[in-house]
Ligand binder design. Structure first.
Ligand code: BT5
Length: 254
């Protein structure tokens, strides 16, 4: 019999839902436990970056995968979570939400969401993974703010529809993400890669990566089984495992 997952908690204000969920894992918590925050004051992105969200304008949600067995599956969990979120948003809003490696949910070239998966260790033991999900839902241009202008979008801006049931959406996303993560251990990697490929917004496009004099470009060729991005460059096929790619050439600093 499948054990029902605990109700997704809604907290008024937190610094970072991922930080709270990591604390839960350190002291021990139920698999699938999740919280969303109406207001997040220090949302985390990758590489020390920030996730910005005006209060009540979107979803800031963290989901716990509890247990040491998630360590071996960790490289594929961000991919599985991305596919699950994109599929759910496409179905619910009838919107062509796509994926941009490694963790962006996009509509066209604009980012509407991001995913940050963090492994949690306590007393030298792997306790589990926190899947952090930020999605711009009801944000208008003002709520997204000037800093993200032209780069970000929201489901409201794309559809004109306001989501009245953020709790219901959070619950559906949590259920979908937990199911997708669990499927990683039982289904072949090719299945997940094929689902990502169907949603991949940069496959076949020219991308740039690296910085300064080391900046290089190539054609994005999809995702490798270890979760890296395959890029065909003039020097051969590379697999990127970290960082970022852009579909615009880096601006000339001169
Ligand atoms: C991500 O990082 O996209 C992962 C974001 C995960 C946020 C969730 S919210 C719930 C949970 N709790 C947390 O503390 N975090 C997770 P990254 O790929 O590093 O992208 C960050 C970059 O995206 C920033 O540097 C901005 O350029 C841009 N960005 C920030 N806020 C944005 C927003 N609301 N919409 C679109 N782009 C945004």
């Amino acid at each position: 019999m499948t054990v029902p997952l605990p109700t997704v908690e809604c907290w008024d204000e937190v610094d970072s839902t991922n930080r709270i969920a990591a604390e839960w894992l350190r002291v021990g918590c139920l698999h699938g436990r999740a919280l969303r925050a109406r207001r997040q004051t220090a949302g985390r992105g990758r590489l020390g970056r920030s996730w910005m969200a005006s209060p009540d304008s979107g979803l800031t949600l963290s989901v716990v995968l509890a247990g040491p067995e998630w360590l071996a599956l960790a490289p594929r969990i961000p991919l599985a979570a991305g596919v699950a979120c994109a599929d759910l948003l496409r179905a619910r809003y009838d919107l062509p939400v796509g994926l941009k490696w490694p963790n962006d949910l996009v509509v066209g070239s604009r980012k509407c969401g991001g995913i940050l998966c963090e492994g949690v260790t306590t007393a030298g033991r792997f306790a589990g993974v926190v899947i952090g999900i930020g999605i711009n839902i009801n944000a208008d241009e003002a709520a997204l703010g000037e800093e993200l202008a032209g780069r970000a979008t929201s489901l409201f801006l794309e559809t004109g529809r306001n989501e009245a049931d953020l709790d219901g959406l959070a619950s559906s996303i949590r259920d979908a993400v937990v199911a997708a993560a669990e499927a990683v251990s039982t289904s072949p990697a090719e299945h997940l890669l094929a689902r990502w490929a169907a949603l991949d917004s940069i496959r076949g496009r020219q991308v740039w990566f690296g910085e300064g004099d080391g900046a290089t470009s190539g054609i994005a060729e999809g995702i490798a089984p270890d979760g890296g991005l395959l890029v065909q460059t003039a020097d051969g096929l590379l697999t990127l495992h970290a960082g970022e790619v852009t579909t615009q050439p880096p601006s000339d600093p001169r």
